[in-house]
Design a protein around this ligand. Structure first.
Ligand SMILES: CC(C)(COP(=O)(O)OP(=O)(O)OC[C@H]1O[C@@H](n2cnc3c(N)ncnc32)[C@H](O)[C@@H]1OP(=O)(O)O)[C@@H](O)C(=O)NCCC(=O)NCCS
Length: 195
């Protein structure tokens, strides 16, 4: 199994603006998930909720999972990308080992049965917000969609009251293409053309 791709990123954390070198890893369906499992198991207790979100998200979007850590191996950011799957497929694959949803989703996508390609679960630890890291991660996600999956557009869902995220996406050229309401929460679908 190939090792997860590793890149170094330099970011400047506000307000001190000290440069810091971070490590970016990309997990794709063929990647050995052991290093990811190790990284999540050493994540601090306060990240327990995040760990759950990550595993859940990976089941849903097993096409590209970017993980950023500091030099001590602490998780500082993550972002996932993948084809949006219908609810019945998510349910059917819910309790299977991670590799199975990845395989089934790949086959369905290969047959053209899955269409929308999403960015999901972008999350930065508080200290790293405002550092430019969110833009770097979005750049990688969009390149992966364009180059590895030949997508011409990319979509995402964002809560209508998440002003920081909305500003980030609008600045990057995402336009509102839909609106959904669930449990009184309003979510916007936003789309960016990758041409
Ligand atoms: C959303 C997130 C990834 C954005 O990363 P970030 O580093 O904070 O993004 P940026 O520094 O590019 O900030 C985006 C914009 O919001 C503004 N902003 C920052 N904090 C803000 C706040 N509390 N209220 C309103 N705007 C805010 C910034 O000034 C910037 O505006 P600009 O584009 O005019 O310069 C990060 O805040 C995060 O991880 N949030 C928690 C998880 C989350 O909400 N994910 C999104 C799910 S859709």
């Amino acid at each position: 199994m190939p090792e997860p791709a590793l890149k170094t990123l330099e970011v400047r954390k506000p307000p001190g603006k000290e440069p810091e070198i971070l490590l970016l890893r990309l997990f794709v369906p063929e990647t050995d998930l052991e290093p990811l499992a190790r990284m999540l198991s050493v994540a601090e207790e306060r990240l327990a909720g995040l760990r759950k979100t990550i595993i859940k998200g990976y089941r849903r979007f097993p096409w590209g999972f970017f993980v950023v850590s500091d030099r001590q191996g602490r998780l500082v950011a993550n972002l996932q990308v993948g084809f949006f799957k219908p609810w019945w497929l998510v349910m059917a694959m819910g309790r299977q080992p991670l590799v199975l949803p990845a395989l089934v989703s790949r086959i369905l996508a290969g047959l053209g049965l899955l269409d929308k390609f999403h960015v999901a679960n972008i999350y930065l630890e508080q200290d790293y917000r405002g550092s430019g890291l969110a833009d770097l991660l979005m750049d990688f996600a969009e390149s992966l969609a364009r180059e590895s999956w030949h997508r011409k557009k990319i979509t995402l869902l964002v809560s209508a009251d998440n002003l920081t995220a909305l500003k980030l996406y609008r600045r990057r050229g995402y336009l509102e293409t839909g609106i959904f309401r669930k449990d009184r929460i309003e979510k916007l679908e936003m789309t960016r053309s990758l041409d």
